[in-house]
Design a protein around this ligand. Structure first.
Ligand SMILES: NC(=O)C1=CN([C@@H]2O[C@H](COP(=O)(O)OP(=O)(O)OC[C@H]3O[C@@H](n4cnc5c(N)ncnc54)[C@H](OP(=O)(O)O)[C@@H]3O)[C@@H](O)[C@H]2O)C=CC1
Ligand SMILES: O=C(O)C(=O)CO
Length: 317
């Protein structure tokens, strides 16, 4: 029977769906795979379900010259942890889970926009510290999102879902930056450059894929182009934002605040960020809902089923 290695315990429904078709081994711990575990998985299993943090680099593939593994059915849309070219050179196909993650991640972007602009974390901390002395007209005044402009870096599936929420839910204007123009079903202005976008928005939201091309895309230059009342939200990958530059920009008051779901050296979160009141910090919650994680897992299983049935991968990378 086809042997599948699941790199994390996935929801029960997903495990059952996989076991209905394959001989499944579930790794019962939640940390990223070690190099030895990745090499073992490539050598001993026909398919692997890896996820973010499992660093399938060119070196790992090179260490297993004759892999038994034929497919990496990634659990998650982002695949910057897999060297796809090296996988293909090793004869291993790669798939991901686009779409299943879109709405939930867009929701978290909006949550972070509100948390940062409306100072929600700060307010909750005040209350939990029992320091709230009651409502008054000038307490914790934040920025109202209605009528403001959101700038989206990466107008893909999640970027568009964020834009729709901003347009129809919050009455915001939308501007964006991406490498190619998009056919959109809502109004949005494509800016000529990232710097131009950064300079004109009240909230800048990052929704590009991770990887070499977007590493430190949001650097000191971009942050200094932003307006002092503007907020930065990152739901993409941590290292798209140069974290030291972000900390410096926040400390210098170059921007008003930030909302982060992802971190450059995840799960490390710099003390400087933790110490700042105007930063909302979430532990990579983008897709953290049972239904969403089930949909992601079932999509990975569908890719495995298609691959081993000899039909095209529904979500080939
Ligand atoms: N926080 C979380 O839990 C989650 C995070 N994510 C992250 O979100 C990312 C985006 O997902 P999704 O929307 O589905 O992906 P898509 O591929 O649909 O969208 C990404 C968009 O980014 C644009 N883009 C790519 N490179 C650049 C660049 N250098 N500059 C500007 N724009 C660029 C692309 O457009 P074009 O090619 O035209 O430039 C594309 O439209 C994932 O790769 C993942 O890393 C996803 C799910 C959950
Ligand atoms: O899907 C992804 O890329 C994530 O970050 C986790 O859902």
């Amino acid at each position: 029977m086809t042997r599948i290695y699941m790199a994390r315990p996935l929801p029960k429904r997903v495990q059952e769906a996989a076991r209905a078709h394959f001989d499944v081994t579930v790794r019962e711990i939640t940390t990223p795979l070690t190099g030895d575990e990745m090499r073992m998985a490539l050598a001993e299993f026909d398919g692997v379900v890896p996820t973010l943090g499992d660093m399938f680099t060119a070196e790992v593939f090179a260490d297993v010259p004759k892999p038994r593994c034929q497919v990496l059915a990634n659990f998650g849309v982002g695949y910057n942890h897999i060297d796809v070219a090296a996988a293909k050179a090793a004869g291993i196909a790669v798939s991901n889970t686009p779409g299943a993650v879109t709405d939930a991640t867009a929701d978290i972007a909006l949550l972070l926009m509100l948390m940062s602009a409306r100072r929600a974390g700060e307010g909750e901390r005040l209350l939990r510290a029992r320091q709230w002395e009651g409502w008054h007209p000038t307490q914790l005044l934040g920025m109202h999102l209605g009528g403001k402009t959101v700038g989206i870096v990466g107008m893909g599936r999640i970027g568009q879902a964020i834009a729709r929420r901003c347009t129809y839910g919050f009455g915001m204007q939308v501007a964006y930056h991406s490498r190619s123009p998009k056919e959109l079903d809502f109004e949005a202005e494509r800016k000529g450059s990232l710097l131009e976008l950064a300079a004109c928005v009240d909230v800048l939201v990052i929704a590009v894929p991770g990887g070499a091309e977007t590493h430190h895309l949001i650097n000191a230059e971009v942050l200094s182009a932003m307006q002092p009342h503007a907020h930065l939200v990152n739901i993409a990958r941590g290292n798209v934002v140069e974290e030291s530059a972000l900390i410096a920009a926040l400390q210098a008051g170059q921007i008003a605040g930030a909302g982060l779901d992802v971190y450059e050296f995840e799960p490390e979160v710099p003390k400087a960020l933790i110490d700042m009141e105007n930063v909302a910090l979430l532990p990579h919650l983008g897709t953290a809902a049972l239904e969403v994680r089930e949909d992601m897992g079932l999509m990975s299983v569908d890719n495995l089923k298609a691959f081993f049935a000899g039909t095209p991968l529904p979500n080939a990378v």
